[in-house]
Design a protein around this ligand. Sequence first.
Ligand SMILES: Cc1ncc(COP(=O)(O)O)c(C=O)c1O
Length: 400
Amino acid sequence: MTAPQAPARPMPHVLNTYGRLPIALTHGQGCRVWDTNGKRYLDGLGGIAVNTLGHAHPRLVAALQDQVAKLIHCSNYYEVPLQEQLAAKLCEISGLSGAFFCSTGLEANEAALKLARKFGHDKGIERPEIIVYEKAFHGRSIATLSATGNPKVQAGFGPLVEGFVRVPLNDLAAVERVARENPNVVAVFLETIQGEGGINPSRADYLQGLRALCDRQDWLLMLDEVQCGIGRTGKWFAHQWAGVVPDVMPLAKGLGSGVPIGAVVCGPKAVDIFGPGNHGTTFGGNPLAMRAGVETLRIMEEDGLLAHAASVGARLSGGLKQGLEGVAGVVEIRGAGLMIGIELDRPCGVILQQAADAGLMLSVTADRVIRLVPPLVLSADEADEIVRILVPIVRAFLAA
Ligand SMILES: Cc1ncc(COP(=O)(O)O)c(C=O)c1O
């Protein structure tokens, strides 16, 4: 008897973890990318909020080529001056005090969760708990998927990590209730703007309320800025619009413009929680990734990309709002700067392929939200082009 055949898959050596489009990209320039057939796309996705400076930015390319030729990796057994340089810059722009470097967003969040637990243990709380959120996304390791508020991400991976209390976003009374009832809470952990959950911003007054509550309760305020940070909203960090300062801020994605990098940046309350031996990683903080971070932030500053992200983002969301005004089935267009979500009243995954056919890269998240997180170098003309391509696609999809 022959063994049952596994269903045929197009790429049998790569595990089947993504629903991929049948497109393979070969190269890019600015906000344009090309595929193996020579077809050109406008990049409204930026590698999911990663390619801050677009593709093949000449100053970044030159810096990375220089670094590759000098030193890519050397291990954390030695001093890495570029770590000091990047940490100093991150502290300057955030008002925080120190950084630990890793390579991805989930690692930055793992570090944050460990910081919170040790913060609790250090003050005598044996079973520390962390407040997390409905619709949150923090990564796909066992701890970060446990903190994530999406049953689809968690399904099949139980038992989940314990020690999380979940609340709805923007409901301060819910957090106050937890504060009254649960003496083991040590931290509040949320994305300043939820990304994978459908581009859901925390309100400014909510963040201010959380800051005050965390101060009163001696909790850590931990803001995951992995997706919404690094200039995307028009300030270095999205929480800066609310005038609050977190105690712990995980970063990744846009910080290296495409080179894998993560960081957890800590304020005075968190900067001394870890001591030698408490945390580590082989790749984190290597000279190549650090150079990418230093140069990304330098170029962003030199080229005024914060103000640019705010203005071109306003132009893009304004154009989308105008083009989709009064269209039945459009629930809301929201976000900040170049982090924009168009919520529809129905699942709209098919729009991915339709947009790609029309030469536009984007993503659909939380089933019903079209997400645009393009490179921050998107020009005004390119923003208008996104509107010109996307509006008719959405209108036709909703009319069908
Ligand atoms: C807010 C947020 N946190 C964490 C992560 C996980 O980052 P990574 O995929 O680099 O592990 C993501 C990824 O989408 C994210 O959006």
